[in-house]
Design a protein around this ligand. Structure first.
Ligand SMILES: [Zn+2]
Length: 311
């Protein structure tokens, strides 16, 4: 039997086939923004059928795991939070989609939790029983494994809202309605406004950048631009405060760091390692801070693993 993992992101949909311990083939397709989720699902079905066929696995599908960028009830198989991109998301019955198309069962999970499971099953957190994942991308995501099990909580929120932990109650307004969340203080979506509103912006080398993101911020900081130096230091402190909050809340043996901001730059990982050494309630070297081993495919392998291990 083979198991399919599908990871639906903001702009791309990734899918792959898991056989035993190995992801044997993967493909990526674009989300078609003009179409509803149900119309996108028809395209996903077409692509999955092609993937199965090209691997001579048609008729051999044992189940589907699907990772979604929203709050999901993984027990009832329901999307709980509004999914900004697709108005029809809450009304979609993914389980019947899988039954009608392939006569297999489907499980759904939040994408950060699926990625953590992918790293636990096949990647940087192999054999861990207590792990936290922190993803620094457009927003900031998190997921938690306690005693070998995903932490979900009463309302499927537990461990997922690391990006909306408030680190400054006098801080900036967040898109969630709260104040001083780490996302509104330091994330890729918040950064352009933070840079432009800074008093040094007009005299900063950042003002001639086409893209105000962490790549340009870190680069300008390395060149000594005072605004970039100050804001990159602020961001490292904001993320470290969140890391410490997550460590104190969930007491992991390992923290896996992922996401576009950390992918090509060691400064975040090194800063986190330094800060974790000085978390006063921890025994020395109690928590290992590591980069994700499969930053691109952990959501796919994790989603597929969840259905494989349930089958
Ligand atoms: Zn927030």
């Amino acid at each position: 039997m083979i198991y399919a993992g599908i990871d639906i992101g903001g702009t791309r949909i990734k899918m792959g086939l898991l056989q035993g311990q190995e992801l044997i083939d993967c493909i990526t397709m674009n989300v078609v923004n003009q179409l509803s989720l149900s119309e996108n699902l028809s395209l996903i079905a077409e692509n999955l059928n092609n993937l199965l066929e090209s691997n001579n696995q048609s008729g051999n599908l044992g189940g589907i795991g699907i990772a979604l960028p929203c709050i999901v009830d993984s027990e009832q198989g329901k999307i709980l939070s509004d999914y900004a991109k697709f108005a029809d998301a809450r009304s979609i019955d993914l389980e019947s989609w899988a039954r009608v198309n392939w006569n297999v069962s489907l499980i759904m999970e939040n994408d950060a939790r699926a990625a953590l499971i992918g790293e636990v099953a096949f990647g940087a957190a192999k054999n861990c029983r207590f792990a936290v994942m922190m993803t620094l991308g457009t927003g900031i995501g998190s997921a938690v494994l306690i005693d070998g099990k995903l932490l979900r909580g009463k309302h499927f929120l537990a461990g997922n809202l690391g990006g909306h932990m408030s680190i400054n109650y006098l801080g900036k307004s967040c898109n969630c309605g709260d104040t001083g969340c780490v996302e509104s203080e330091a994330s890729t979506w918040a950064l352009p406004a933070i840079v432009r509103n800074h008093s040094l912006f007009s005299e900063s080398s950042m003002s001639s950048e086409n893209k105000l993101d962490y790549e340009s911020l870190f680069r300008n900081a390395d060149n000594g631009d005072p605004l970039a130096v100050e804001l990159s230091q602020n961001s490292l402190e904001a993320w470290s405060a969140t890391l410490r909050n997550l460590i104190y809340a969930y007491d992991p043996e390992k923290v896996i760091i992922s996401g576009g901001i950390v992918g090509s730059d060691n400064r975040v990982l090194n800063y986190f390692k330094l800060k974790a050494q000085h978390a006063s309630w921890l025994p020395p070297n109690a928590v290992e801070i590591v980069l994700a081993e499969q930053p691109e495919w952990a959501g796919v392998s994790g989603a597929a693993y969840l259905i494989q291990s349930k089958a």
